[in-house]
Every structure is written in structure tokens, then in C-alpha cells.
Design a protein around this ligand. Structure first.
Ligand code: SAM
Length: 402
């Protein structure tokens, strides 16, 4: 994890918990955080006849061969595939330790009660195995996970108790408790519930690449130690870029870049979902999944709009997966009520829509994208770039407003 030159500090803000605040004036395009995950797990069903088409450690696609690397299968379970011998050997002493390998093998057994469970439950099982394995291979990172926001009694995570009871009793009958937790006598359904709560509030989705033809889905989920401190704003001043299929050892790192300039002392926020969502969808998601009522400037303005103004296009009901997991998903239908042409007209000056400028300048208008545009990082001489990059489809365009 790298916090670039103390650009951000962690501060407690009443009613918002911990927050990341600009320690100095920040410029549009500036990279304010690079963070590596402490834990990664698959978003795909745990019980599948054939292995997933991704490396089980770094989650790069196996369909695009890596230079000088041949996919390798785990020699113990003969199921999980890794993109090369480096990933395999790193995984065997970390994410795919003997404990994790055995736990996953037993959970995948056709007679396992997990076979009859829906995808959500199977993904929660993958998370719990990854979390308990973290206690085996890195007790210090496990403590970081435990220190993140999220308790089983939080309103947003009430449904995790039943999941925790089912999964804990299953895992504890199939696998020996991780030694670190056995020593501390904390291997329990309560701990599983706390871990699931932390996952729900803090996991980021690692997304499939953008296409105009279909919705994006998550390939994997990841927990980042510092990025977990970003609070939400419906008009964010920073956004996340990720590079899952790049030919780099750090392909699962996330990079947070400023969307525009902000003064020192200002809180830096992400949007936990694509910014085109309507006011009612945003409020519902934030209340149900994150346990708070958003009172950002945009919500204050839009709260006074009539339902009609809010978006004639708004789709009925929202796909559960769309809203979840921290700005993961730009996997949304155009259900926003934000019409870019209308926004352009309103941006000329309308008190009812003071944030129209944001959509015109910072929202990608490519079909089905709904990504956020941020300037490229400043040049070597410190001068700002006037090229905007979309954090979902990667399109570049000249910033007409700079
Ligand atoms: C990923 S955590 C963010 C860091 C968190 N504040 C902490 O103390 O660790 C997400 C949680 O932060 C809180 N949060 C995020 N954005 C907020 C906002 N705009 N207003 C109030 N609470 C917020 C909610 O409790 C939410 O479930």
C-alpha cells in the first residue's frame, strides 16, 4: 500500500465515521492513493464442474496468454488454475495455502450442503474461506480486516447473521479451525457474522472489461486497507481506476485519482456506484446496503424534485448486484433520470440543477458506460493535463472546459 506523499489523512467526522481528507491542495488528475488488496476472492460460483477462466490468485484472464507463463494447476486439489508458476508458488504460501485448498475442496464436494445454495451464499463462503485463511497466513492483515467498519448488528447487514450461522457450522464441520483463531478461541459464528459485515461494507468489485453490448459484472471482490476509509458522495471528487488484465504484478491494485481540484481540508469521497443513479435508488441502496441516509449537496437538491423530474427512464427495481460493493459496478442500466442532453442545457444555469456541470464534464457519454472522467495525471513538469480518461471504458477525450 502506498499513500502518495501524505496527500490524505484519516480523520474522524461526526456522523460519517473515519474519512480521508486532503492534507494539502489537490489537483485534478493527481493520484492520491495506490492501494493493494489484503484479500481477494472470486465472485463466481464456488461449486462449478470446471475451473474459472481466471488465475485463482491474481484474477487475470487465462484466455489472454501471459508472456513467458504457462497456466499451472494446483498440484493438491487439481482444480484451481494459476496464470504461471510464479502465481502458483506465491499462492501456495498465501491465498491458496494448504488450509484454504482443503477448505475449498471440501466445500466443493458434490455432497456438500453448499451445492444447494444460491450464488450469493457460495460467494460468501469463498469470502469466509479467504478471510479465515488470512488469519492462517497473515494474522496482522487479519487484524486490519477486523478493524474495518461493519458489525453484525448494523442495520445494513442484518441478513448476515443467518448466513454466518449456516456457513460457520458448515466450515467448522469440514475444516480444522485456523490455528491463530483456535489459540484465541475466536472461531465462531459471531466472528463469521462480523467478517461478513465488514465484507458487505468494504469490498470493491473487480470488474470485467467494459463492452457496449452487455452489463459489466464482477469477476472478483477485494478488500483494500486504506481505500476502505473513503466515504461516499453522490458527486464524488475522486474516482477509482483499476487494471485487472494488465501485464503487471500489481494488476489488482487500485488507483484513486482526483476528478478536479480541491482545497486542503476537504473530504475526499468516491461514489459507491455509478453517478447516474436516481435519487430514490441512491437513497435506497445507501440505506439498505451501507446503513446511512445520504445528505450530500446533490441529495439535498434532488430531495425536493418531484418523482417525475427524478427520471422518467428509471427502471423498476434494481438488480441487486448493481448497487453493491463500493463503486464496483458500472454495471447499470441507464436508469438514472440523468439525461446528458438535458444536463447540458441545464448546465447553462438552472438553480434546480446546480450540479448539471458535473454530468456534462465528468460523466462518460459512451453507450452503456456511465463511467466517471478524470484528467490524466499532471505532466512531469507539474502542468495539468487537459485529457480526460473514463474510469470504466478507458475512453480519452479533450476537456473542453479546462
Ligand atoms: C467503506 S466504509 C467508509 C469508512 C467508514 N466511515 C469508517 O469509519 O471506516 C462505509 C461506511 O462509512 C459510512 N459512510 C460512508 N459514506 C457516508 C456518508 N456520506 N454519510 C454518512 N456515513 C457514511 C457508512 O457507515 C458506510 O457503511
Amino acid at each position: 500500500m502506498e499513500m502518495t506523499k501524505e496527500l490524505l489523512t484519516v480523520t474522524e467526522i461526526e456522523g460519517r465515521g473515519r474519512a480521508l481528507v486532503a492534507a494539502q491542495p489537490l489537483r485534478g488528475g493527481e493520484i492520491v492513493l495506490r492501494d493493494s488488496p489484503i484479500l481477494l476472492y472470486s465472485a463466481l460460483p464456488l461449486i462449478t464442474p470446471s475451473p474459472h477462466p481466471y488465475c485463482h490468485r491474481c484474477f487475470k484472464t487465462l484466455q489472454k496468454p501471459q508472456p513467458q507463463a504457462q497456466p499451472q494447476v494446483c498440484p493438491w486439489c487439481s482444480h484451481y488454475v494459476f496464470c504461471g508458476s510464479n502465481c502458483l508458488s506465491a499462492a501456495l504460501s498465501s491465498s491458496h495455502s494448504p488450509w484454504a485448498c482443503q477448505a475449498l475442496r471440501r466445500l466443493r464436494d458434490p455432497s456438500s450442503p453448499l451445492s444447494f445454495q444460491p450464488l450469493d451464499r457460495q460467494v460468501q463462503a469463498s469470502f469466509l474461506v479467504a478471510a479465515y485463511n488470512l488469519a492462517v497466513v497473515s494474522p496482522s492483515n487479519f487484524q486490519i480486516l477486523l478493524s474495518l467498519q461493519g458489525q453484525p448488528h448494523d442495520s445494513a447487514v442484518a441478513d448476515t447473521t443467518a448466513a454466518a450461522q449456516f456457513l460457520h457450522s458448515l466450515i467448522s464441520t469440514l475444516c480444522a479451525p485456523p490455528p491463530f483463531l483456535l489459540e484465541k478461541q475466536t472461531f465462531s459464528a459471531e466472528l463469521s457474522a462480523a467478517l461478513l459485515a465488514k465484507d458487505k461494507l468494504n469490498a470493491f468489485g473487480l470488474m470485467e472489461p467494459f463492452t457496449e453490448l452487455s452489463q459489466r459484472s464482477s469477476r472478483a471482490y477485494a478488500i483494500y486497507p486504506k481505500a476502505s476509509f473513503f466515504n461516499h458522495d453522490c458527486l464524488p471528487n475522486a474516482c477509482r481506476f483499476d487494471y485487472i488484465d494488465t501485464d503487471s504484478e500489481h494488476n489488482t491494485d487500485m488507483v484513486i485519482r482526483m476528478i478536479h481540484d480541491v482545497p486542503a481540508g476537504r473530504e475526499i469521497c468516491l461514489s459507491y456506484f455509478p453517478v447516474n443513479q436516481s435519487h430514490s435508488n441512491r437513497q435506497r441502496t445507501l440505506a439498505e446496503d451501507y446503513g446511512f441516509a445520504c445528505q450530500c449537496d446533490r441529495c439535498k437538491v434532488e430531495a425536493s424534485w418531484s418523482d417525475n423530474e427524478e427520471g422518467e427512464e428509471e427502471a423498476e427495481g434494481m438488480d441487486e448486484d448493481q448497487d453493491q460493493e463500493m463503486e464496483a459496478s458500472s454495471e447499470s442500466e441507464p436508469e438514472s433520470g440523468i439525461d446528458i442532453e438535458e444536463a447540458e442545457a441545464e448546465a447553462q444555469g438552472d438553480a434546480d440543477f446546480p450540479h448539471a456541470y458535473f454530468f456534462v464534464r465528468f460523466m462518460c457519454n459512451r453507450t452503456n458506460c456511465w463511467g466517471t472522467l478524470a484528467p490524466l495525471p499532471p505532466k512531469d513538469d507539474g502542468s495539468p493535463s487537459n485529457v480526460m480518461e473514463c474510469n470504466v471504458c478507458g475512453s480519452l477525450k479533450k476537456d473542453e472546459h479546462s
